[in-house]
Design a protein around this ligand. Structure first.
Ligand code: DC
Length: 224
């Protein structure tokens, strides 16, 4: 029964560190990990590749029936490896463009419907950490532990710049900030499952916290 499996939902805007916190808790407790953003990214990537018009509900629903996704967590990698229909698409879906396309298709109600079942199938023993925008509000409303991570858009843009620079990539802060603000606006203002904290979620503003402090606080929520 899904209600008996311990589930931690971690929701919040893009670039807030949900991925790092989710992976840490999942590894610590040996729980399953659901990166729901990767599902939206992979789905958007596949329908683009197949040139399916995402306004064509019938075609999209038919495609969704065959859509398969698998995550492989590696202790050395920060993010999970994403295998869609047997192809490793991890690198292809992690850029800003893929995030933006995912955010656009995620605003369509029937896209969210068809991806619901896949997300729920991750709730397995011994537990689950579910990372996304509507994990605590819509997908796992009965989760035992709920966290909403937040941080100012400026702080998230700064962190993203540092992350890109550490990989030797170019980063223009004004563009990154504009992208973050645009995505925030779309994710928060959409009619279906908008980004917002569940009423029973613990909201943590990480703007002035180190990652270690965030990990400690979330660990305490799960271990208490
Ligand atoms: O977490 P992410 O950046 O990988 O997510 C990409 C987009 O997918 C995000 O901007 C909105 C959408 N998304 C969503 O609508 N609901 C989720 N549970 C996860 C992601």
């Amino acid at each position: 029964m899904i209600n008996q499996i311990p589930i931690l939902t971690i929701d919040g805007p893009s670039g807030v560190g949900k991925g790092t916190v989710s992976k840490y808790i999942a590894t610590k407790h040996n729980w399953n990990l659901l990166d729901s953003g990767a599902i939206y990214r992979a789905f958007a990537y596949e329908i683009n590749q197949k040139r399916i018009d995402f306004n064509d509900e019938q075609k999209l629903r038919a495609f969704a029936k065959d859509f398969q996704i698998e995550f492989i967590a590696s202790p050395n990698e920060e993010l999970v490896q994403v295998i869609s229909n047997d192809v490793d698409i991890s690198q292809l879906i992690r850029n800003e463009e893929a995030g933006k396309t995912a955010s656009v298709i995620a605003a369509i109600g029937y896209v969210r419907d068809v991806l619901m079942e896949i997300q729920m199938s991750f709730a397995k023993e011994p537990g689950l950490v579910a990372d996304g925008r509507d994990m605590g509000t819509v997908v796992f409303p009965n989760a035992k532990f709920k966290v909403f991570l937040d941080a100012s858009a400026e702080e998230r843009a700064n962190r993203r710049v540092k992350q890109l620079q550490s990989k030797g990539e170019d980063a223009i802060i004004s563009r990154i900030l504009a992208d973050i603000e645009e995505r925030d606006h779309r994710d928060r203002s959409r009619k279906v499952s908008p980004l917002r904290p569940a009423e029973d979620a613990v909201v943590i503003d990480t703007s002035f916290m180190s990652i270690e402090e965030v990990l400690l606080q979330v660990s305490k929520i799960v271990e208490n």
